[in-house]
Every structure is written in structure tokens, then in C-alpha cells.
Design a protein around this ligand. Structure first.
Ligand SMILES: NC(=O)c1ccc[n+]([C@@H]2O[C@H](COP(=O)([O-])OP(=O)(O)OC[C@H]3O[C@@H](n4cnc5c(N)ncnc54)[C@H](O)[C@@H]3O)[C@@H](O)[C@H]2O)c1
Length: 370
């Protein structure tokens, strides 16, 4: 097995790790960002700060958006059409930050042209499209990554470490809330917009796919575009996860509670510091011998621990990882298959939503892709 293969397999051997550490920062001739609306400029900023590309090409159909970016970053090359990026032989990698319904077509064209692609979340608007992108990236042997930003966030990684170490005990359930006022989307509902993050986080934390999902929601301002939704994910090991998402909430909430049989964790992404709190709280069954056959519950109220977490900007970590994967051939942590898994859950959630919230099986097709 080559060194690159060892690294790409996520093999944690010391040799593989030392190869990663000693590797020179990768450099690209040019990287492009397509879509300079609300989110795309964040990509331009981190790419510019990382300085791992000789040239940044910025693409948007809107002249106003191109002018705005050119004012902020005079060194970038601003172009109008995807064709300008496709035909630029120096562009080795592209970040697609356009509206979700355009992801598939734009990403497909870049992959066909042999460029590495990072598609913002969610990967595509259907399982069929997502699978096609994964297939294409494999055929062309080009990196395909999806913008599951929170998978690169230090508090989320800390939560995973706590689960994997067994410190929380058996995971009983996860409850996640992501709410604020706006930004209403036109092409996708609030589940596809916001719950994408929670689903990617939960799948990463639990390391498994849900068997089924139930979803209820309601649209108040745009016909058939739900602005509030509640998803329930049922996992094969009995774990249940609730995700409440809303564009109609007076407060910005980004909070997940992970309840284990020994300890519980609250992750609050809006906290400036102390994003993770570990509660040494729990419930134990005590057999009650006075009355035969009855049981009592006893509650444990222990300490609250706040681990120190060194936090780098998740988008910057994600960007570095993308460029590194292009150079080393490593499989990205949030690769196309990871995008496919999240889209499978969202697609099942859509079916449930239109069936009054009934449980719908989640396609396990993503398993065939390992
Ligand atoms: N990872 C995250 O945390 C995060 C956060 C916000 C948004 N996003 C994702 O980023 C993407 C963009 O969201 P947004 O809120 O910035 O959307 P937006 O509507 O604000 O911006 C999209 C931009 O794309 C441009 N565009 C559309 N079609 C184009 C084409 N064919 N060629 C060139 N430009 C084109 C539009 O002119 C617009 O400026 C979405 O996939 C969204 O889900 C991710």
C-alpha cells in the first residue's frame, strides 16, 4: 500500500500521520468560487487568507456581486459565466456556492471537465442527482467534497470524541435546534436549508444511518416552502434524534443536547466561549425492596465540566482539507458519499412531510458506495 493510500484510508498509523504533518502546504494554480451571494464571499475570504492558490477566479451572473467582490479583493479575476471557469485550464478546483437547485448541473459540468469540486450543502436536490455526482467523480477520479461545515468544527469534533470514548455511556437520544428569523429560501424548504447541518452532524456523531425519518412542517409565508419543521430520525440501535429547524423564531438558536446513560452534553454554537458543557447527570434504576416488584429512580446531579477547546474557523479548516485532498488524493471527510447520505435523509423527510409526518424508510443506497 502506498503512503498516499495509507493516508487516504484514514489509517491513523504514526507513519501516515507524520507524512501528513511534514507535507508542504499544497498549492493550486487557480481555484474558482462560483456564486458570490450571501455565502460565496466567505469562501473567497478564506481562500484569500490561506494563500494556497496563485489565482482566485470569482464567478457570478450578477454584475453587482462581481463588482462588490472585486472591490474587496482587487487581486481576483471576476467572470460572469460558468463557461469562463470551465474554459480556464489553470482552474484546478471549484467551490460551488450557488442556489441548491443549480448544484447538480454546475458540479456535473466541472467534474466532466476534470476539475475538483466542492459543492455547498446540500450536495443536490435528489438522491438520484447526488449519486450521479459521486459516480462521475469516481469515474473521472476527481475530488468531490460537500460543504458540511460543522464536520470541521472543533466543538462538534469534541462531542464526537466524548461519544467515542464512552464517557457519556450509551447514547439514548440527541435533540437539536437550529432556528432564527430568516433567511427564507425560494428553492428549498427549511429542512433542506438548515436541517442539512444537523443531519450531517448527527450522522457523524453516531457513525450510522437512520432507518427511517418522520417530518412535520408548515409553510406560512411562501406556498409549499415550509419555514418550520420537526424531523425525527430513528436509528437501528434504538437511538432517536429530534431536529427542530425554523426561519421563524425570534432568537438565533444553534443548540444540540446529547443524552447518554452516564453523562449529557450540551453544544451551543452561539456561545462565544464554552460551546461544550458536559453534565455529570443521569438517572439510575434502584430496585425498591420494600414493595416487591417496584422500582425507584434515583437522579444523579454531578458537576458540570467545560472543556477547553482550541477553535479554528471551520470554513478555513474545511478549505485547507479540500486543497489537501486534491493534492494527496485523500478521500475528504465530507466526501460525495457523505453528501449522498444527508440527501437520502432529506429526501425521505420530504416524502414524510407530504404524508402528514408518517415514518418513511431512509434509502440505504449510500452503503453500497463504501
Ligand atoms: N455551509 C454553510 O454554512 C452555508 C451557509 C449558507 C449557505 N450555504 C450554501 O451556499 C449556497 C449558496 O447560498 P446563498 O445563501 O449564498 O445563496 P444566494 O442566493 O445568496 O447566492 C447565490 C449566488 O449564486 C449566483 N448564481 C446563481 N446561478 C449562477 C450561475 N449559474 N452562475 C454563476 N452564478 C450563479 C447568484 O447570482 C447569487 O449571487 C447554498 O447551497 C447554501 O445552502 C452554506
Amino acid at each position: 500500500m502506498s503512503l498516499i493510500e495509507q493516508v487516504s484510508n484514514g489509517n491513523g498509523s504514526p507513519l501516515a500521520q507524520s507524512v501528513e504533518r511534514s507535507a508542504k502546504p499544497a498549492r493550486l494554480k487557480a481555484i474558482a468560487v462560483v456564486g458570490l451571494g450571501y455565502w460565496g464571499p466567505n469562501w473567497v475570504r478564506v481562500i484569500s487568507q490561506l494563500q494556497q492558490a496563485d489565482q482566485i477566479v470569482c464567478c457570478d451572473l450578477s454584475a453587482a456581486r462581481r463588482e462588490q467582490i472585486a472591490k474587496l479583493y482587487p487581486e481576483v479575476k471576476a467572470v460572469e459565466s460558468v463557461d469562463d471557469v470551465l474554459n480556464d485550464p489553470d482552474v484546478e478546483a471549484v467551490v460551488v456556492a450557488t442556489p441548491v437547485n443549480s448544484h447538480y448541473e454546475i458540479a456535473r459540468r466541472f467534474l466532466e471537465e476534470g476539475k475538483a469540486v466542492l459543492v455547498e450543502k446540500p450536495l443536490a436536490i435528489s438522491l438520484k442527482q447526488a449519486a450521479e455526482l459521486v459516480r462521475l467523480s469516481r469515474r473521472r477520479q476527481r475530488t468531490l467534497m460537500v460543504g458540511h461545515t460543522f464536520e470541521y468544527s472543533a466543538p462538534v469534533l469534541k462531542a464526537r470524541e466524548l461519544i467515542e470514548s464512552g464517557e457519556l455511556g450509551e447514547i439514548l437520544y440527541i435533540s437539536s435546534v437550529r432556528a432564527n428569523l430568516g433567511l427564507f429560501q425560494r428553492d428549498i424548504n427549511v429542512a433542506w436549508d438548515l436541517a442539512t447541518h444537523d443531519i450531517s452532524i448527527i450522522l457523524m456523531l453516531l457513525g450510522q444511518m437512520p432507518e427511517s425519518v418522520a417530518c412535520q412542517g408548515q409553510s406560512h409565508y411562501r406556498s409549499k416552502v415550509e419555514d418550520v419543521a420537526l424531523l425525527t430520525l430513528h436509528f437501528p440501535n434504538g437511538v432517536i434524534a429530534f431536529i427542530h429547524v425554523s426561519w421563524l423564531d425570534p432568537n438565533k438558536i444553534r443548540r444540540a443536547t446529547i443524552v447518554g446513560s452516564h453523562k449529557m452534553v450540551v453544544y451551543d454554537d452561539t456561545a462565544l466561549q464554552e460551546k461544550i458543557r458536559i453534565y455529570d447527570k443521569g438517572v439510575t434504576f434502584q430496585p425498591h425492596y420494600d414493595t416487591y416488584g417496584e422500582f425507584q429512580l434515583s437522579y444523579r446531579y454531578g458537576d458540570i465540566q467545560i472543556p477547553r477547546i482550541e477553535e479554528a474557523e471551520p470554513l478555513k479548516v474545511e478549505c485547507e482539507h479540500f486543497i489537501d485532498c486534491i493534492h494527496t488524493g485523500k478521500v475528504p471527510k465530507s466526501d460525495g458519499v457523505s453528501g449522498l447520505r444527508v440527501v437520502s435523509v432529506l429526501e425521505a423527510a420530504d416524502i414524510s412531510l407530504s404524508n402528514g409526518g408518517q415514518r418513511v424508510p431512509v434509502s440505504q443506497e449510500a452503503f453500497g458506495w463504501e
